[in-house]
Design a protein around this ligand. Structure first.
Ligand code: FAD
Length: 408
């Protein structure tokens, strides 16, 4: 019996516990004190990103080390702590990760080596990456992307035209990874990712959005007007892409699907971000319920409040288990046969919204003001049911996966 149990443990090893503590201290001492200011300013918090860079937290080394953590828990553990500090600032710090992950997941080794470091820069020269898939008419329906990439054989260049929207770090990034359609008749299977280097003519920022939450994170349109890039900047290489297209045209299964592949690897990590926000609101509400008195008692003494806290804590822990399971499976190279990545993101995202709302309720009138942080956390939490696949899309993916039916 003991032998059978030996292979399973939910205890984090020493290295991970140290990472968690290190990120937690940065979140507590640097991120959280700055949260209100940057939420109000609605600007990228460059000084905080620089602080993160100085200590090595905003760096390729840190991200790579955590991605490669043998149990797959490096990124979820680090992101939960960082987002516990503040979601808007944390997204400014990890936003580059989505672009980096898209190149790391499907890029050629030489593309990863050349471009991923350029997305992070150095403490004296901070760089950012942006991943641009969504378009005004292609959000959930990512297969209907209209941005076109055409190959100019004479010059061995790709020419990109279109409008991207909702891009985190869009227009201010140094490296943009843009998903474009090369073979529009093939839908998502005819798409590829393209690396657009800094200062490439024809790429510009469109509208910058004023948002409900995560306001320290820059979200904008990216306009591509006859953007020309070298042929070698198709993520994964033209040769492999052409082979894949040939397989698709022959009616065989073609892997790839640039945007979907990126989202698959990142969904559990987005669940971890949501978890951080939920835990922050829970921590705050718990401390408040132990202090605040009404009717001569701590409000935590009222079953109505204690039961809320019980539900909040239970849901947070359940979300963490789903996130860790999916992250572990992904690291072991296991397929998400039951859409475990989507389950984790769905449940953690909805937990963040519920828990932050209950936190406001526990704080009463105070919770509804900007004097107390749970109001901001509630606004921040809502993004987790929208980006990286809405809750409806996650349910669609789970529903299709478990039934094997083309659920609509
Ligand atoms: C702050 C922010 C940052 C973002 N960052 C990025 C980024 O860095 N890069 C990037 O590429 N994108 C980014 N996005 C875009 C994000 O991924 C999309 O907003 C999201 O995928 C939803 O697309 P949409 O907004 O067009 O909504 P729509 O697809 O128009 O959906 C509207 C509603 O219809 C529902 N719906 C749609 N289709 C179905 C269906 N088949 N069945 C049931 N319900 C359906 C949706 O669930 C939703 O409730 C970001 C968005 C925001 C708000």
């Amino acid at each position: 019996m003991a032998d059978e149990a030996a292979g399973f443990s939910l205890e984090l090893g020493d290295d991970l516990r140290q990472v968690r503590q290190w990120v937690h201290e940065f979140a507590r001492d640097v991120v959280r004190p700055a949260a209100e200011e940057w939420d109000e300013r609605e600007e990228t918090p460059w000084p905080i990103i620089q602080e993160a860079s100085k200590i090595g937290l905003y760096s390729l080394d840190f991200f790579a080390e955590q991605w490669l953590e043998p149990n797959g828990l490096g990124i979820p553990v680090a992101f939960e702590e960082l987002f516990w500090g503040d979601a808007g600032i944390a997204l400014s710090i990890v936003g580059t990760g989505l672009a980096a992950a898209s190149v790391a997941a499907t890029g050629l080794p030489e593309q990863v080596a050349e471009w991923v470091p350029q997305m992070f820069g150095t403490p004296d020269d901070i760089r950012l990456g942006a991943f641009c898939a969504s378009e005004p008419d292609a959000g959930s329906d990512i297969g209907s992307i209209r941005t076109r990439a055409t190959y100019d054989e004479a010059r061995d260049e790709w020419v990109l035209n279109g409008t991207k929207t909702w891009a985190t770090n869009g227009g201010i990034a140094d490296v943009h990874v843009v998903v474009a359609s090369v073979h529009p008749d093939l839908g998502a299977r005819g798409q590829a990712g393209f690396i657009i280097p800094q200062h490439t003519a024809g790429l510009s920022q469109g509208q910058k959005f004023k948002k409900h939450g995560i306001r320290a994170s820059h979200t904008a349109e990216v306009i591509l007007d006859d953007v020309r890039i070298p042929g070698r900047l198709l993520v994964g290489g033209k040769e492999k892409f052409d082979e894949r297209i040939a397989r698709v045209r022959e009616g065989k299964r073609g892997g790839g699907q640039a945007a979907l592949k990126t989202f698959e690897t990142t969904r559990p990590t987005v669940g971890a971000m949501a978890l951080g926000v939920a835990r922050a609101a829970y921590d705050y509400a718990l401390a408040y319920a132990r202090e605040r008195e009404q009717f001569g008692k701590k409000i935590g003494d009222f079953q109505a409040i204690a039961f809320k806290l019980a539900d909040m804590k239970t849901q947070i822990d359940a979300a963490r288990l789903l996130v860790w399971r999916a992250a572990w499976m992904a690291r072991q190279g296991m397929d998400f046969d039951n859409a475990e990545g989507s389950m984790a993101k769905l449940y953690a995202g909805e937990t963040a919204v519920r828990v932050t709302e209950e936190a406001i309720q526990i704080l009463g009138g105070n919770g509804y003001t900007r004097e107390f942080p749970v109001e901001r956390m509630h606004r921040d939490a809502k993004i987790f049911t929208i980006f990286e696949g809405t809750s409806e899309i996650q349910r669609l993916v789970i529903g299709r996966t478990i039934t094997g039916l083309p659920v609509r």
